[in-house]
Design a protein around this ligand. Structure first.
Ligand code: FMN
Length: 209
């Protein structure tokens, strides 16, 4: 290197080659900055809500189990894991939920849906409302796992909208201690599903407001 320093023109030429090679394009540099080449970060940054699916394409049972395992790996208050998950793989039930939920019509084309629920009997008695954060964390894990497995999914809101909670609970025969948080339709993605850039430095505050 000390020898090279004598030849600034050579160094400049080498830098030009290095910066113009295809693995270091402006676009790539941006992606590298966003993900640091880390597959977990890459998965988080490229996830997006998917509302169109290849009709009728079945999801293997072991893939569904993997999704559920990922969901249950989420953190929970006092490690109570106050959840239940209803897997819906029956066309009639998917269509019936689509009919009941105004913003979940994509269920009509989904291969399955998973309904993450809070179980009040398992919730932390010191602060039972933590079930909402607990089950939300599980739901996000589920979305990320689906994306990493080449599936598309979307969180459709149920709780706290009373009519939606009632409609889903009735259709799925849930006991009164089990509250549906969301319905997550899942399938193999169709169409163009690009992630949104949500980076907002103005929303970051160091140490205090
Ligand atoms: C609590 C919650 C409720 C949502 N409800 C719906 C819904 O009912 N229908 C729907 O299509 N998307 C729903 N979404 C998905 C959002 O619209 C979506 O996450 C948001 O537009 C950001 O897009 P992205 O997921 O592609 O980053 C919901 C998301 C959350 C977190």
């Amino acid at each position: 290197m000390r020898k090279l320093l004598k030849y600034p023109a050579l160094i400049a030429a080498m830098m030009t080659v290095m910066t113009s090679c295809s693995s270091n394009t402006a676009e790539n540099r941006e992606t590298q900055a966003e993900t640091s080449g880390n597959p977990a970060i890459e998965n988080i940054m490229t996830r997006t809500s998917v509302r169109q699916y290849i009709p009728g394409k079945e999801i293997p049972a072991d893939t569904i189990e993997l999704l559920l395992r990922a969901a249950m790996a989420a953190p929970t208050a006092v490690n109570r894991q106050p959840w239940q998950f209803i897997v819906i793989d029956n066309r009639e039930s998917l269509d019936s939920l689509a009919q009941a939920l105004p913003h979940a019509k994509m269920l009509q084309h989904a291969s399955i849906a998973i309904v993450p629920c809070g179980d009040l009997e398992k919730a932390f008695e010191g602060e039972p409302s933590y079930w909402i954060q607990d089950v939300s964390a599980a739901t996000e894990n589920l979305l990320l796992a689906a994306h990493s497995l080449g599936l598309g999914a979307v969180w459709t809101g149920v709780y706290p909208t009373k009519e939606r909670v009632t409609a889903v609970s009735e259709r799925l025969g849930l006991p009164s201690n089990v509250i549906p948080l969301a319905v997550v339709p899942i399938g193999y993605p169709e169409g163009d599903n690009q992630p949104k850039d949500k980076w907002s430095p103005e929303s970051v505050h160091y140490n205090r407001w």
